[in-house]
Design a protein around this ligand. Structure first.
Ligand code: MLT
Length: 399
């Protein structure tokens, strides 16, 4: 038996596994230390009552002969696919139900999508970005080229002039920086993809957080995108489904990837459960208001953090169209992570875990509760004042 040789090219742990390993070690050493997590982007607001009602009703339906469901369609039940079509329609975007594939989350959808591509494709990935893209491509043995997202370009990587790619990842609003593309910027990516006969894998998992005018919520708002893009979306951050698991992928019918993905799913996936799909449907139909409230609550947490950062003079991005705040700590990101945990008992995510351009930067999430976010901000203020005093004495600057 030969194992996948690409495994040796991965880092020892996936970023969030490494974060939780360090937090676990800290908790073992200092039990009851009341650590606050602003690390992994996991939601904390309980499910909407409407989702729970839909769950109960679906379970009861399954307990009857007439309402029992076994294996579902590989691409999802029509009731959820149609609700997703209407969700796009409400924003002026026309897609067909045959273009929608229900998944058990955007992360799985994006990772598994690599089954459709030859390994001799060149994959273009912005740096910094959600680490699952890089790790999934390292595993599948693709050649990766990076495009820089830095403070200078507002953390929005733009298409390079002379580098060609076949597969392009875009995450907007961006995880981890919170930066988000406008239509004119995204059009440049669509044009680049069309020119290079490339495909854009567009991760729109945070689209529900967009509030600024002119920021794009779906790549299909852009002319030409139907000829070069696939969009991944999720109920995780929109409806608190990180533990429920449901997402979707939109693949235009004109792309050969549409039929290929259906075929792939038939081989390797027996569908998201009927009960979960009913829960997801309830969020797009009568429960949409509840999702808006959840998103608003997380965004008000983001505001608590950014207001404090403003008063402390900390340089940051995000927190407006995204649940993430990305700030400049000026030192090695993992050193900062350890120091913040030790001194303030706050968990962050080190920027370098998202790529080399993330070093010296740190990501906080707004997904904890209001109360814990307020407590974290109070601790952070005291921590930061002390950190600024000692930074130059104790740490090497990264830039
Ligand atoms: C994150 O913290 O980046 C996300 O929660 C990870 C994910 O969505 O899988």
């Amino acid at each position: 038996m030969k194992t996948n040789r690409n495994f040796k090219n991965l880092k020892e742990n996936y970023l969030f596994a490494e974060v939780s390993k360090r937090v676990q070690a800290y908790n073992n050493e200092f039990p009851n230390s009341d650590v606050i997590s602003l690390g992994i982007g996991d939601v904390t607001i309980p499910l909407s009552v409407k989702a729970v009602e839909a769950c109960k009703n679906a379970a009861i339906e399954m307990s009857t002969r007439a309402g029992f469901h076994g294996y579902g369609p590989y691409d999802g039940y029509p009731f959820l696919k149609n609700a997703i079509v209407d969700y796009y329609k409400s924003r002026g975007i026309t897609i067909d139900a045959d273009e929608v594939f229900v998944t058990d989350g955007a992360k799985n959808g994006i990772g598994n999508f690599l089954d459709l591509f030859d390994t001799d494709n060149t994959v273009m990935i912005p740096d910094p970005v959600y680490p699952a893209y890089v790790d999934a491509n390292v595993l599948s043995g693709h050649k990766i080229v990076y495009v820089d997202a830095t403070k200078e370009n507002g953390f929005l990587a733009m298409p390079p002039k002379r580098v060609k790619a076949d597969i392009i990842y875009i995450c907007s609003p961006n995880n981890p920086t919170g930066a988000a593309y406008n239509a004119e910027q995204l059009k440049q990516w669509v044009d680049y993809a069309l020119e290079n006969q490339a495909v854009i894998l567009y991760d729109a998992a945070y689209e529900a957080y967009i509030e600024s005018k002119g920021i794009v919520r779906s790549i299909f708002e852009i002319t030409g995108a139907r000829d070069c893009a696939v969009e991944f979306c999720s109920f995780s951050k929109m409806a608190g489904f990180t533990g429920v698991r449901c997402g979707w992928t939109v693949i235009p019918m004109c792309s050969p990837l549409n039929r290929m993905w259906l075929h792939r799913q038939a081989i390797k996936f027996n569908g998201t459960s009927f009960i979960v799909q009913r829960m997801a449907e309830s969020m797009l139909r009568g429960g949409y208001e509840d999702t808006r409230k959840m998103v608003a609550e997380y965004k008000s947490n983001a505001k608590i953090i950014t207001k404090k950062f403003d008063s402390l003079g900390i340089q940051y991005t995000g927190g407006v169209n995204a649940p993430y705040i990305w700030f400049d700590c000026g030192i090695d990101s993992w050193q900062f992570f350890d120091y913040l945990l030790k001194k303030a008992r706050i968990v962050c995510t080190p920027g370098s875990g998202f790529g080399k351009n993330g070093d010296g930067w740190v990501r906080l999430t707004s997904f904890n509760s209001r109360e814990r976010t307020e407590e974290a901000v109070t601790r952070f203020e005291a921590f930061w004042k002390d950190f600024i005093e000692v930074r130059d004495k104790l740490f090497e600057p990264v830039r």
